[in-house]
Ligand binder design. Structure first.
Ligand SMILES: Nc1ncnc2c1ncn2[C@@H]1O[C@H](COP(=O)(O)OP(=O)(O)OP(=O)(O)O)[C@@H](O)[C@H]1O
Length: 306
């Protein structure tokens, strides 16, 4: 059994080359039980290679441990605790979805199997041959396969790919249920908004380097209050006076349309409000324009290593 706060998955200093081309550079991150970790990066960043290394599908240098046991291509025993959907799910096309599930299931009761099919919304088409499935149906069946036999770690490579908005919504619910039951979930995407609502933690990767590894809240905070700061939009009793006052104090202001002020640690929102009050400028409306996670991500990727 895992102790509290133990790491279910520990990836340490993983390097990987294909021939002479290195594609992963000192990749390290951990996953605790019950957490959903979003692995995010643009196409070719190294997400699938990281997941394949964890799932024992490709060799690597460094260390990957699941529940304290090292995983490698030659030591797959820890993978009993892992359910995965990586790249094309291994679905047999001439079998029904239900029979595919039964084939992969070693120790899932009929009742649990029924529940997994309900949760992943596979039940309605479970008796049809898999070759007739759409991409979204295959994805759902692939996730159902990954959930068989009570995995402690579920690895899903781009599981939202091909899903309609309703299915994306229920997939989030499925992942949250898994985490609530104590499983750890590693899910990848190149679209941050797919992960934004579901991930607890984020690992941002680009060109095989980890650019950020921490909670989603920390990611947002580190980006929103980074060098650019956040933008405050003000409506005051005297915008002209407010602009010249704040400019004189070193605030970056723009007045095309609304009065917009960029705040940072030195020119904080608190300082801005104090100055307006001291100078008897009434504030009629104030809104903070927060950067979306997507903007933060793009900024981080642009500033990342080549
Ligand atoms: N079998 C392989 N042989 C050679 N190079 C490979 C192989 N698999 C992946 N690569 C290279 O490794 C790098 C990382 O690829 P990977 O598939 O891990 O990225 P990804 O982040 O999953 O991308 P995507 O979002 O497009 O799936 C890429 O430059 C890719 O071309």
């Amino acid at each position: 059994m895992l102790e509290n706060n133990a790491k279910l998955l520990s990836v340490k200093a993983v390097n990987k080359s294909f021939g002479r081309r290195q594609v992963l550079f000192d990749v390290s991150f951990d996953i605790e039980p019950g957490r959903i970790v979003g692995l995010i990066g643009p196409n070719g960043a190294g997400k699938t290679t990281i997941m394949k290394s964890i799932a024992g599908l490709t060799g690597y240098q460094g260390s990957i441990e699941i529940d304290g046991q090292k995983v490698s291509k030659d030591h797959l025993a820890p993978l009993k605790k892992v359910g995965s959907l990586i790249e094309t799910p291994g679905i047999y096309p001439y079998m029904s979805g239900f029979n595919n599930l039964k084939l992969y299931s070693q120790n899932t009761s009929a009742e649990d199997l029924g529940q997994i099919m309900e949760q992943t919304m596979v039940t309605d088409f479970a008796n049809r041959k898999a070759k007739k499935y759409s991409l979204g149906m295959k994805q759902r069946l692939g996730v159902a396969i990954a959930m068989l036999d009570n995995p402690e770690l579920v690895i899903l490579d781009e599981p939202m790919n091909g899903l309609d908005p309703e299915s994306v919504h229920s997939m989030r619910q499925v992942l949250r249920n898994l985490a609530d039951q104590g499983a750890s979930v590693l899910i990848s995407s190149h679209i941050l908004s797919e992960l934004e609502l579901v991930a607890d933690d984020l690992v941002v990767v680009n060109h095989g380097h980890i650019l950020f590894n921490g909670t989603k809240a920390d990611f947002f905070a580190s980006q929103a209050h980074g060098a650019e700061g956040s933008t405050v939009i003000l409506k005051t009793s005297n915008d002209k006076k407010a602009t010249s006052l704040l400019s004189a104090l070193g605030f970056e202001t723009t007045t095309t349309g609304d009065l917009r002020i960029i705040t940072d640690s030195e020119h904080s929102l608190n300082k801005l409000l104090q100055q307006l009050v001291m100078n008897k400028i009434e504030i009629h409306e104030i809104t903070e324009e927060r950067q979306s996670l997507e903007d933060s991500f793009i900024e981080l990727i642009k500033g990342g290593k080549e």
